[in-house]
Design a protein around this ligand. Structure first.
Ligand code: RB5
Length: 152
């Protein structure tokens, strides 16, 4: 499994620790984030877009995006066609976001949660599987909005 990871200056340390956690699980990590916590000119849309692009193009199976709150970077990732990104601050939502919403990008905030909770969230998200059926119908509706701008 290949996973793309991106972050801004607010999340450099957490990104590095999450990378180690992923690699210990045998996951190949593509780091497209910022590695300089002092670079305040880095803007989170760059990294949300990069992660989203890699996932949407099939160059990564999944993505993880981290900024201060997880919000800005998730908004950017979600603008890439085919991306379903969500911000999670606890494992229950992370797990259900895969089982029901088939999220392909997980986001969280390095200024919101600690590293141990972040690892639990990542583990729940990775271990969960999309359940399809009625949930697929709803994903198809989201795709229709994305592609046509309407549900009509
Ligand atoms: C950067 O200071 C901060 O705004 C960013 O990391 C993120 O929290 C935005 O949503």
């Amino acid at each position: 499994m290949k996973l793309a990871i991106g972050n801004d200056h607010a999340a450099v340390e957490m990104k590095l620790q999450i990378m180690e956690f992923l690699q210990a699980r045998g996951i190949e990590v593509i780091n497209v984030g910022n590695d300089d916590p002092h670079d305040r000119q880095d803007d989170y849309p760059i990294y949300g877009y990069r992660v989203g692009r890699l996932v949407a193009d099939g160059e990564a199976d999944l993505g993880i995006c981290i900024c201060g709150t997880g919000v800005g970077i998730s908004l950017a990732a979600n603008k890439v066609k085919g991306i379903r990104a969500c911000v999670c601050s606890e494992p229950y939502t992370a797990q259900l976001s895969r089982r029901h919403n088939n999220t392909n990008v997980l986001c969280f905030g390095a200024r919101v949660i600690g590293i141990e909770l972040a690892k639990m969230i990542v583990a729940e998200w990775l271990d969960a599987e999309f359940e399809g059926e009625r949930h697929q119908r709803r994903i198809d509706m989201i795709r229709k909005i994305e592609e046509t701008g309407t549900l009509d």
